[in-house]
Design a protein around this ligand. Structure first.
Ligand SMILES: [Zn+2]
Length: 381
């Protein structure tokens, strides 16, 4: 039981030559759907692409029936790349593949796509007893994860498996933060600052007061919060009546994120009370509009989850030590976790993703494919 390294490399090289920057995934989506069909999968393409501005129809879900009784195992990678990702000319070196330096390589995440195709091919070719496998290829991960957010996930029968969208094969991402984007609009009361400042309410002071007792920065080991944008004010002689703040909070625990967000909101409410006053006999108070939108939920795969254990064991056989680690950012796994999926994110061997010096380390690439194959073969549920 071994994958075909030459074929895996050829598939990768074929895929990186297909332009697929975010929102231009039509070609690769069609190629992948037909490759899955040729491998004996039932293929369903959802309508995610109709829900936002991409030229592709949708996410691709391929189902390969199992030869042993089990729930399906899910393998997922994204189809899009960042820019500049057009006319990629891969350069194959002894131990790695790079671009020619004028574009990205696109190993993020075409290495993942190639691995999944190779695993399916190996299962079929070597007639290995295996559970059903579901390949989930998503659109537009690199731009707000819009593909997966619109995924027709009810068409997927499995709920456990692997995402292949990380760099080093030794890092298995099992935790990733939930993120809320927070916007605050403060409306004070304008007044001539030189003549009657007491008739004004400064939106800036309201914000400053709220922020003075708000917990920001590092909240605890798992939680952080920050305001990164502030806009307001017209002139030095006007009490500032409008102020806009934009920030975010992140936590590895959904409950902690909710708590931090509520705390931030409460600080502004306290400031509103503090600055409420009588002006010319009338009660005047600042107005605060606080809007928090969840960008994506947290990923939290227990370190002793069978999926993690089987990856760690398979890696050991390949001579690699895989450690379950936390990420500071988000990927498809976060959104899928919100849909009830448990998908640790395995590295595919790329380096320098999103840069012109992106490379794919072949030894790790082959190992990631073998590890994925072993994890599939070991899966029973
Ligand atoms: Zn990626």
């Amino acid at each position: 039981m071994k994958i075909n390294e030459k074929r895996l490399t050829d598939t990768f090289l074929e895929l990186v030559k297909i332009d697929s920057e975010s929102f231009n995934e039509k070609n690769i989506q069609e190629v992948l759907a037909s490759k899955l069909k040729a491998l004996g999968c039932t293929v369903y393409v959802d309508n995610a692409g109709k829900k936002y501005n991409t030229n592709a129809k949708g996410n691709v879900i391929g189902f390969l029936p199992g030869t042993v009784k089990s729930k399906p195992i899910v393998l997922s990678s994204h189809m899009d790349t960042v820019t500049p990702g057009k006319s990629v000319k891969p350069v194959v070196k002894k131990d790695r593949i790079t671009s020619d330096g004028t574009t990205i390589l696109g190993a993020d995440d075409k290495a993942g796509l190639a691995i999944i195709l190779e695993v399916l091919q190996t299962l079929k070719e070597q007639k290995l007893p295996h559970p059903p496998v579901e390949a989930v290829f998503t659109l537009t991960e690199e731009n707000g994860m819009q593909g997966v957010k619109n995924l027709d996930y009810k068409k997927i029968k499995g709920r456990e498996g692997l995402i292949l969208d990380n760099e080093e094969v030794s890092d298995l991402l099992v935790q990733g933060p939930a993120v809320n984007t927070i916007e605050v609009w403060i409306k004070g009361l304008a007044a001539h600052a030189g003549v009657v400042p007491e008739k004004g309410i400064s939106a800036l002071e309201v914000a400053a007061y709220a922020l003075s007792f708000m917990k920001l920065g590092r909240i605890d080991k798992e939680t952080v919060a920050n305001f990164g944008v502030i806009q307001g004010g017209k002139a030095t002689n006007i009490v500032m009546d409008q102020l806009y703040l934009k920030g975010e909070a992140r936590s590895l625990k959904n409950e902690k994120l909710a708590k931090q967000t509520a705390h931030m909101k409460a600080c502004f409410e306290k400031a509103v009370k503090h600055f409420t006053k009588k002006i010319d006999g009338k009660v005047r108070k600042p107005e605060v509009k606080f809007v928090s939108v969840q960008r994506y939920p947290a990923v939290n795969v227990p370190k002793n989850h069978p999926m993690v254990k089987s990856v760690v064991a398979a890696a050991k056989e390949q001579g690699f030590v895989v450690r379950p680690v936390a990420s500071g950012g988000g990927c498809d796994a976060n959104v899928l976790s919100g849909f009830g999926f448990t998908l640790p994110n395995l590295g595919v061997g790329c380096r320098g993703c999103h840069t012109l010096s992106e490379s794919l380390e072949l030894k790790e690439f082959f190992a990631a494919c073998n590890i994925t194959l072993s994890a599939v073969l070991a899966y029973r549920k």
